[in-house]
Ligand binder design. Structure first.
Ligand code: PAF
Length: 274
């Protein structure tokens, strides 16, 4: 595995590459969710590039940019074991100039749900993903469905800017208990961790009701909110189509059910695609 920290070094490392390039962008604090993206990319492409960059432009004032978990040594080892060919770990000044061209998330899809709670977050996320996709020269880039809105916006950016990369949507990796893996789970105490299971339980409850024939979004949301009472505060429960338009009735094969809630220090998100 080659570890590169500058744009120049990454370009140099890419020069000798032949065949397809699989790319997994991350902010580090790697867990099994990231590993599953890397495994899939490793199987499907000739060269695997992973980036670790805690991107400042996608954090809002007062968010956890400073305290975001950073575990460089452990992450390097995980990448090595996962068969990563090139690990790109740039510094902020390698990635940004002081007066940058900005990318704006779409006015509706980019400013509802996560975008409403974290205005500007998706602008910064798209900006860095555009840079990273260009730098990696990826033929296929792998993103988890856990950040469903992020995934849909990246797909739209690739489409709108005619970018030559295939975005691969990967399944959410969960603990046995159902809790979706996240780097921010590390912020929780064991008791909070226990209560955090309410998110996946609420989604499972909705899924069961749908299987039993329920289609009314209002009904499903009410059921979910009861389960979510175990969290400290629910930010939203949403049932939307795959283009993030709100639904009144579940459309099988075209629906995403999302939840965001606070449990202790972290704000957790989870979703299912039905
Ligand atoms: O999902 C993440 O970890 C980040 O949003 C990403 C895609 C690496 C961009 O910084």
């Amino acid at each position: 595995m080659v570890v590169v920290r500058t744009v120049e070094a990454l370009k140099e490392a890419r020069e000798s590459l032949r065949g397809s390039i699989g790319f997994v962008p991350t902010m580090g604090a790697l867990h099994h969710g990231h590993l599953s993206l890397m495994r899939q990319a490793r199987e499907e492409t000739d060269t695997l590039i992973v980036s670790i960059f805690v991107n400042p432009t996608q954090f809002l004032e007062g968010e956890d940019l400073e305290s975001y978990p950073r575990r460089e040594e452990a992450d390097r080892k995980i990448c090595e074991l996962a068969g990563v060919d090139i690990l790109f770990m740039p510094t902020i000044d390698q990635m940004y100039e002081s007066d940058e061209l900005a990318i704006g998330a779409p006015a509706i899809k980019g400013y509802i749900l996560e975008g409403e709670k974290r205005p500007g977050h998706f602008d910064g996320m798209l900006q860095v993903v555009m840079k990273l996709l260009n730098l990696s020269g990826a033929t296929r880039a792998y993103f988890g469905k856990k950040d469903a809105q992020q995934l849909v916006l990246i797909e739209q950016m690739v489409k709108n800017y005619f970018m030559d990369v295939k975005i691969i949507a990967c399944e959410i990796v969960r603990e046995e208990s159902g809790l979706a893996l996240s780097s921010r789970n590390a912020y929780m105490t064991p008791q909070e961790h226990q209560r955090a299971h309410a998110l996946s339980r609420a989604l499972k409850c909705a899924s069961k009701s749908i299987m039993a024939g329920e289609r009314e979004v209002a009904q499903l949301k009410a059921q979910m909110l009861t389960v979510l009472e175990e969290t400290d505060r629910v930010e939203y429960v949403a049932i939307v189509d795959r283009a993030f338009r709100p639904l009144e009735q579940v459309e099988i094969g075209n629906t995403i059910i999302l939840v965001a809630a606070w449990v202790g220090k972290p704000r957790l998100i989870d979703n299912i695609w039905v």
